[in-house]
Design a protein around this ligand. Structure first.
Ligand code: SF4
Length: 83
């Protein structure tokens, strides 16, 4: 299966007429292109900018993927709602 087909399956289809080269998740190292979200899902294949975009176009992370957040910090002098 082509790597992009896996992304169509995961995302629920294509985002035609957009292409991966318009998506902020397309990254490149040297001559190779990669999809950040495909890699986030554990994929290891390289990408083609000319592929028709998937429905995750422009998302920062895979939906439902737990993303570690910065712990909330209290600011000195900040009033709490519970004080
Ligand atoms: S997330 Fe962006 S780069 Fe990755 S397959 Fe979907 S449209 Fe292409």
């Amino acid at each position: 299966m082509r790597a992009i087909s896996e992304m169509y399956m995961r995302s629920g289809g294509t985002a035609s007429p957009r292409y991966c080269d318009e998506c902020p998740n397309l990254t490149s190292i040297g001559k190779h292109y990669d999809c950040k979200l495909y890699q986030e899902a554990g994929g290891t294949k390289h990408w083609q900018p000319s592929w028709v975009a998937c429905k995750f176009f422009g998302l920062k992370h895979l939906p439902g993927q737990a993303v570690p957040e910065e712990p909330e910090q209290e600011i000195d002098g900040q009033l709490s709602l519970f004080d």
